[in-house]
Design a protein around this ligand. Sequence first.
Ligand code: SF4
Length: 134
Amino acid sequence: MKNFQTLMVLTYWHCNLFGENEAGEAHSQSLNSNFFKKRRPCRYPFTHLTVRSDGKVVVCCADWLKETCYGNVMDHSLDELWNSRSLYDFRCRMLNYRGADISCCRGCEIPYRDTPEDDLSDFPVERLSYTNNF
Ligand code: SF4
């Protein structure tokens, strides 16, 4: 409950700091620009996972529709999910600049806000692996 309250405070703070209309307008403009046509690899599938309230695990908290769901904590441990074939495939798509194929990633600006040391553009796909075949 405490974490939920923290999230609500942060959301409130974010909306008041940036303004909902202003943020929505900036997001629409960015979707319509050429800026996102080439998808920079996003580090989130390599550094985060998000467990939704029904136990489904998705690559990040920006995936409201659970499009990137690759398992459920009711069925597998977090370690099994983190090393799953499904997440491996997702990571490969990111490194192969196919993030634009994923609708929740297509207009997401988060990778462009990362610092240079978070840039995965040159990370070799051959270094990826998985241990669980689901
Ligand atoms: S591009 Fe955005 S929506 Fe896609 S995994 Fe990264 S942070 Fe999440």
